[in-house]
Design a binder for this molecule. Structure first.
Ligand SMILES: [Zn+2]
Length: 422
């Protein structure tokens, strides 16, 4: 039933092209957008380090005409894109902290969780999501392959530092018993071998257990021109339709789906074994609003054109500024900034530095693929560059007043969806 020739990069130490749909096996896939070659977004060398050879990977977005899954054209070995020193922590972002508190409130109200119920989070990062369930009195376990898992452990969230595989699932079940809830926030689209992952999750779940996933939303990505969220960590770009189709192949039914604000527009999807939970109206409503088939193809074609125009407009704006002698810096260095900087072609001659808030593990390193240094945010207020481009553009409107309140007086620009002065 499942395609058997799907690309598997894990263990290769390199990358493997995705030559058929990761979900349904259909080939050939249509290329809908090419962003060229990109460095891994977390490949950040220290400031002043002698430049050495670094891998760059083709970054193409493909569409499956059969099941409408939009997916990346290349799977990169997870050891390259999620190295042990992976510098991302979800607890540092307020919108994510609030979202996980909301997930807990919604799930505990809907699912009537008891104190003995086990909640397992795949890709548990620093334990921010699970801390809500723990504080609610439930048993929790995180599964996290990177060093960030130690932060969670230190906060009292038991964390198994391992990649999630069917073997990991079997071991966890043997040691801890079945889970009432398995969550996967912003990682379900990241793991290759998706059918094995779904089988592993099913193995972990109690018969009436619920799988809650949060994924960046394809339709929001297209509508808001968030091409900057396309990078090698994100293998698949789900709509509710393509995610429901994948789960259906395993006898799993989506029974609730909704939009959430994480990462500039995500979906939270509740699923369980068929007929275990009543299907809410939310599912049909979201499915009805999504383009499919020819309509999806047309939507992707418009997206490609708009991405190209967006790049040219940002370059035109930057060129005007530089011709007037302006000094430009960047605000924040999330993973998505790497795609924007490299696709548009910004470099250290154009951008003096990028600011990160104190405590960020990225300070002291260079933006991937460039020699643009990442520095403490305080530099912005003492240096007062003429212009600052907000690279975490999905929260630009929230950031701008804070930067003003802290004393930045220059021009603030958001690069996406349309480059504009704030
Ligand atoms: Zn497909």
């Amino acid at each position: 039933m499942f395609p058997d020739k799907i690309a598997r990069a894990a263990g290769t130490g390199a990358s493997v092209p995705v030559e058929c749909c990761q979900v349904c096996g259909h080939a050939p896939l249509e290329t809908t957008l090419s962003l060229g070659y990109m460095p891994p977004v977390n490949q950040m060398v220290s400031i002043g380090e002698v430049p050495r050879q670094q891998p760059w990977f083709p970054t193409n977005l493909l569409h499956c005409a059969k099941c409408d899954l939009v997916q990346l054209g290349l799977a990169v070995d997870p050891v390259i894109i999620f190295p042990p020193e992976y510098p991302y922590t979800s607890g540092t972002t307020k919108v994510l902290r609030d979202n996980f508190a909301d997930l807990y409130a919604e799930a505990s109200a809907m699912l009537d969780l008891g104190p003995k119920d086990l909640v397992i989070d795949i890709g548990s990062n620093d334990g921010t999501l699970l801390s809500n369930f723990k504080n609610g009195g439930h048993r929790v376990l995180g599964i996290e392959p990177t060093e960030v898992g130690k932060i969670a452990d230190g906060r009292g969230i038991p964390t198994l530092m391992r990649y999630f595989t069917p073997a990991t699932a079997a071991e966890v079940k043997r040691r801890h018993g079945p889970a009432r809830v398995v969550t996967a926030a912003n990682c379900f689209a990241h793991i290759e071998d998706v059918h094995a992952i779904v089988e592993g999750i099913l193995d972990l779940l109690a018969p009436d257990g619920v799988f809650i996933s949060e994924s960046h939303y394809l339709i929001g990505l297209l509508d808001k021109l968030q091409y900057d969220t396309i990078y090698h960590e994100h293998l698949r770009y789900y709509s509710v339709g393509s995610l429901a189709h994948l789960l259906q192949m395993h006898g799993v039914e989506v029974f609730h789906a909704r939009l959430i604000p994480s990462h500039g527009g995500s979906i939270r999807v509740y699923a369980a074994r068929r007929a275990m939970h009543p299907v809410r109206d939310s599912v049909g409503k979201m499915l009805a609003a999504e383009p499919r088939g020819e309509a999806m193809r047309a939507r992707l074609s418009t997206f490609r054109h708009d991405v190209m125009l967006s790049k040219l407009r940002l370059l035109a704006m930057v060129r005007d500024l530089k011709e007037k002698g302006a000094r430009i810096c960047g605000i924040s260095a999330p993973s998505r900034a790497s795609t924007l900087v490299n696709y548009v072609g910004l470099d250290e001659a154009i951008i003096d530095y990028v600011c990160e808030i104190t405590g960020s593990l990225k300070i002291g390193k260079c933006m991937p693929g460039t020699l643009i240094p990442v520095v403490e945010e305080s530099r912005l207020f003492t240096d007062q560059p003429d212009c600052a481009i907000i690279f975490s553009c999905h929260i630009a409107d929230e950031l701008a007043p804070k930067l003003r309140a802290k004393g930045y007086r220059g021009t603030l620009i958001t690069p996406l969806p349309e480059p504009r002065v704030l």
